[in-house]
Design a protein around this ligand. Structure first.
Ligand SMILES: Cc1cc2nc3c(=O)[nH]c(=O)nc-3n(C[C@H](O)[C@H](O)[C@H](O)COP(=O)(O)O)c2cc1C
Length: 201
């Protein structure tokens, strides 16, 4: 029997994860870590600023190399790829081979970070260097990894300045959105947010 809460609003079963039943908007970033054999990169969409100060967090499964590397090294990098880098971003999720390497990473051009032992993805538009702040295990099989941003860089075409119109900036340097579970969007059009009069944070 299908249950309805109200008019056309259906109640979902919560015995199973609900997130594949509808689309939600998420960012898509590449987390970089120091690996035994070099460096690892993995895409993550459950990734957000932790408040308005310089903290960043993302959800990661402890079975992923990313998690294990961060526990060991205490640091990670974040690259925000552009829509044109979608295929490369996806390749970073390719399975490891029998020898435990991820050869798909060879297709991703990178450059070194400045403050932590890590790498960034070429042509991305925001680059963060983080030291681990706290790792919180136990969200089912997942964990929240939080970091303090100790260095940050942005491509100049993505940087807001007083001389540049925000809509023009997003139009010329579009943003990549991940529509979980299975689609992406290229955001090139945007509108000013209608903040209420006298709004303060
Ligand atoms: C588009 C996309 C988004 C993903 N988002 C996440 C995420 O937010 N958290 C997570 O733990 N895994 C996520 N994954 C899965 C892992 O990042 C992926 O399986 C990766 O290969 C793990 O690599 P590693 O073992 O080198 O860390 C995502 C994969 C894809 C393709």
């Amino acid at each position: 029997m299908q249950k309805y809460l109200h008019n056309h609003i259906r109640t979902l079963e919560t015995d199973l994860p609900i997130w594949e039943r509808f689309f939600t908007v998420a960012p898509l970033v590449l987390i970089g870590t120091k690996d035994n054999a070099g460096y690892d990169l993995a895409p993550k969409h459950m990734a957000i600023p932790m408040g308005w100060e310089n903290y960043f967090g993302f959800v990661c499964a402890p079975r992923h190399r990313t998690y294990q590397n961060i526990r060991r090294e205490g640091a990670f990098t974040v690259s925000y790829p552009r829509p044109t880098q979608l295929v490369l971003t996806s390749l970073a999720a390719a399975p490891r081979c029998g020898d435990d390497t991820k050869p798909s990473l060879l297709a991703l051009p990178t450059f070194p970070a400045s403050q932590v032992d890590g790498i960034f993805v070429e042509e991305a538009y925001i680059f963060l260097e983080c030291t681990v702040e706290r790792i919180i295990d136990g969200f089912g099989v997942n964990s929240l990894i939080t970091g303090r941003i100790i260095a940050a860089h942005a491509h100049q075409d993505a940087l807001r300045t007083s001389e540049r119109d925000d809509q023009e900036l997003i139009h010329t340097a579009p943003l990549l959105a991940y529509l979980y579970p299975s689609r992406i969007a290229n955001i090139g059009d945007s509108y000013s947010f209608p903040f209420p009069l006298d709004f303060t944070r």
